[in-house]
Design a protein around this ligand. Structure first.
Ligand code: ADP
Ligand code: MG
Length: 687
């Protein structure tokens, strides 16, 4: 088993580079083979190593062939070892009267205690283990025992390269073990170690490892932030006059929260270092106007601004708002979407090259085709979470990340400021970890006159009642979104096709006006349908998830989500956010098909119980885990292996402080941290 080249195979299987790295491959769990438990002392549920004499061997012919070995210790203690399927050849090595060791979980069977499918050993003279047996994660075709062998060997060989990096006085204050002690303890815990604490990773050795991982992470992200501080940007003055004119013309007043965020952004934009800011605020909290206010500072000073939205529909909607609000102030707005004709597009691009103070609005895809916008002073990225973590971490020096394809300036040393917006608010601990390289500002309140949204869960067999509610709502002059998951029937998923739903509802609800919107329509078609919806010419809009983000139709008060159980929590919250945007009370109906899986049930319950996006995000994190939430799983960005961003909140705060100290006073130690936690070193490679 332990072939000389076993190490390289193990490293390859685990995608690690060196035996030193293998030392950080920590056990998933432990088995206790340090002691033999007397058969008389067995307790149900314990996982134990026992030894006894084979008293009888029995092959029972029940529904299937079963093997039952009765183990005896002393005169009166017995244990049944049971196999529900077995090979006859197993039996040949075992004889009555022989002594055996067995390892497994004790349960109570018909005839007393038994272990089903125990691990057997005939080597009863072998000394017992001196420490708990670590069990490591592995991949298919790589036996765990081989991983274990090489991890333990690497650990004994390379202990020295895991010396403590933090000053002893810090450790003392933290009341934590030194790193090498913690690693040693986790690889080979003493027999009296508290297995529960090891298992749920709460003992101090685990805490120490997590802390180190988090420190490395914070160092990596903070270095990125520091690097950015060395870059130059155009300093933009507060656009008092223009802003005053806009505010006077708005049909509403900014909330206190919006005002204060705008002030913060203006101050950041006035610096000659590029702003790099994430504005997070729940759906409907009014981020758009904040972004437009920020844009004024560039436009007033004669610089162009680029606003990127994830979809054509959204870009169009923003452009309409911007036109309505900004054109009267003499600001020029140009919309770049996929539905733009070739000629119009060429003209637009030529115009862009002039670098005039124009408010450019478009989709990310469009901007990626190397739109040259010289003198670009500010890039705004709406619904930033849709663009994934990768682009965010892929911090290129030239141009502003997602907008990196925008060639910003003929004076290439000047960076545009970047404002990202996300309606998927992330919990503070996550923000600290993932956005340590960003400034985060938050809109916490929603505009005052908003009514809460009632959310109800309705099983499919009551779908007709929902249709009645749709009819009543439309007859009362309000509008409805009806969301279906797919546009074409898929045999596999058995989802109700939007097409069918459209035909069905159009027939049932006639003469109400029903329209269909889906992702395969051209941009022009989509825009025209949204236009009619906005104008109140459509009562019920049947749509796929193309309407998920950003759509703003205040007269829409009912959202029906069909097969809600198939959507993710964040997506459901986004969809629900399409209603409740005006002054009328709204309802969101989650139509689901039984049977619900455990996690689907949890998602629907979370949505029903919470309307605060922050709480929803927290629930999402609980149900799914942080990797998925941030979409980082596909991004190639190393995730935390040991620390848990929902559980280890205290550690995150400590790590953040330590990272700051190291960066300030001990940059050599900071370097070593990144060196050790290789994953985080690679984050810097993006920069
Ligand atoms: P989101 O944060 O989800 O992008 P929007 O910017 O689309 O939200 O704003 C939602 C709706 O609220 C829009 O119709 C917008 O015009 C309106 N709105 C924004 N701010 C206020 C405010 N202070 N008072 C009233 N309505 C507002
Ligand atoms: Mg928005």
């Amino acid at each position: 088993m332990n072939t000389p080249n076993g190490l390289s195979e193990v490293l390859q299987a685990l995608k690690l580079e060196s035996a030193q790295e293998l030392c950080l491959h920590l056990p998933l769990r432990y088995e206790d083979k340090t002691r033999l438990v007397p058969l008389a002392a067995l307790r149900e549920g314990d996982k134990v190593l026992v030894e006894g004499e084979v008293f009888s061997i029995e092959v029972a012919q029940q529904r299937r062939k079963q093997l039952k070995i009765l183990l005896r210790e002393g005169a009166t203690s017995f244990l049944i070892l049971r196999w529900l399927n077995f090979r006859a050849s197993w039996l040949s090595g075992i004889t009555k009267g022989q002594r055996l060791r067995a390892y497994g979980v004790v349960r109570r069977g018909h005839d007393g205690f038994e272990i089903v499918h125990p691990t057997l050993s005939t080597q009863i003279t072998k000394p017992l283990e001196l420490s708990l047996t670590p069990i490591y994660s592995t991949v298919e075709k790589m036996p765990e025992a081989r991983v274990r062998y090489w991890v333990l060997k690497s650990w004994s060989q390379y202990k020295a390269s895991w010396s403590e990096l933090l000053p002893a006085s810090w450790l003392e204050r933290l009341n934590m073990p030194a790193l090498p002690d913690a690693l040693g303890y986790l690889h080979q815990p003493p027999p009296d170690a508290l297995t529960d604490k090891l298992q749920d990773r709460t003992d101090s050795a685990w805490q120490r490892i997590k802390l180190d991982e988090l420190i490395a992470q914070h160092i990596a992200l903070k270095r990125l932030a520091l690097e950015r501080k060395t870059l130059q940007a155009i300093s933009l003055a507060h656009p008092q006059e223009l802003a005053g004119a806009l505010l006077a013309a708005l049909p509403f007043q900014l909330t206190a929260g919006q005002q204060s965020v705008v002030e913060t952004l203006w101050s950041d934009l006035a610096k000659d270092q590029p702003m790099h800011c994430l504005l997070q605020g729940d759906v409907g909290s009014g981020k758009t106007i904040v972004a437009i206010m920020a844009a004024l500072s560039a436009l007033a000073a004669g610089y162009p601004v680029a606003f990127m939205a994830p979809t054509d529909i959204l870009a169009t909607q923003i452009a309409e708002k911007a036109k309505c609000w900004l054109e009267p102030l003499g600001i020029k707005i140009i919309l770049l979407t996929g539905s733009l004709g070739v000629k119009a597009k060429r003209e637009a691009l030529q115009k862009a090259a002039l670098g005039e103070a124009i408010f450019w609005i478009g989709t990310h895809a469009l901007f990626q085709e190397k739109v040259h916008v010289p003198r670009l002073a500010l890039v705004i990225i709406d619904e930033q979470h849709r663009f994934g973590v990768q682009q965010r971490l892929a911090l290129k020096h030239k141009g502003g990340e997602v907008g990196e394809e925008i060639v910003a300036s003929e004076i290439s040393t000047l960076q545009p400021h970047t404002l990202m917006m996300s309606a998927t608010p992330i919990p503070r601990t996550l923000a600290m970890s993932y956005y340590a390289d960003l400034d985060v500002v938050t809109l916490t309140e929603r505009p005052a006159q908003r009514q809460p949204i009632t959310t109800c869960r309705v099983a499919m067999d009551r779908r007709h009642e929902v249709i009645d509610k749709v009819r009543r709502t439309a007859e009362a002059g309000q509008q409805i979104f009806w969301v279906c998951p797919l546009i074409e029937a898929s045999e596999v998923l058995d989802l109700q096709a939007a097409q069918d739903t459209y035909e069905e509802l159009a027939a049932v609800l006639a003469p109400l006006r029903v329209s269909l919107l889906h992702g395969r329509m051209s941009g022009a078609e989509k825009s025209s349908i949204m236009e009619r919806m906005r104008a109140g010419e459509v009562d019920i809009l049947i749509a796929t998830t193309v309407i998920e983000v950003g759509i703003d139709i205040p007269n829409a008060t009912l959202m029906v989500i069909e097969h809600a159980e198939r959507f993710g929590l964040a997506q459901l919250h986004q969809l629900r956010g399409r209603v409740g945007r005006g002054s009328l009370p709204s309802t969101c109906v989650l139509l689901y098909a039984n049977p619900l899986s455990q996690s689907a049930k949890a998602r629907l319950a979370a949505l029903h119980d919470h309307d605060d996006g922050f709480e929803i995000a927290r629930q999402d994190l609980k149900i799914r885990g942080p990797g998925e939430l941030l979409g980082a799983r596909q991004s190639g960005v190393p995730m935390l292996r040991y620390a848990d961003l929902t559980e280890d909140i205290e550690l995150i705060e400590i790590a953040s402080k330590i990272a700051n100290r190291l960066l300030k006073d001990h940059s050599d130690i900071a370097d070593k941290y990144l060196e050790r936690w290789v994953g985080w070193r690679s984050v810097l490679a993006y920069a």
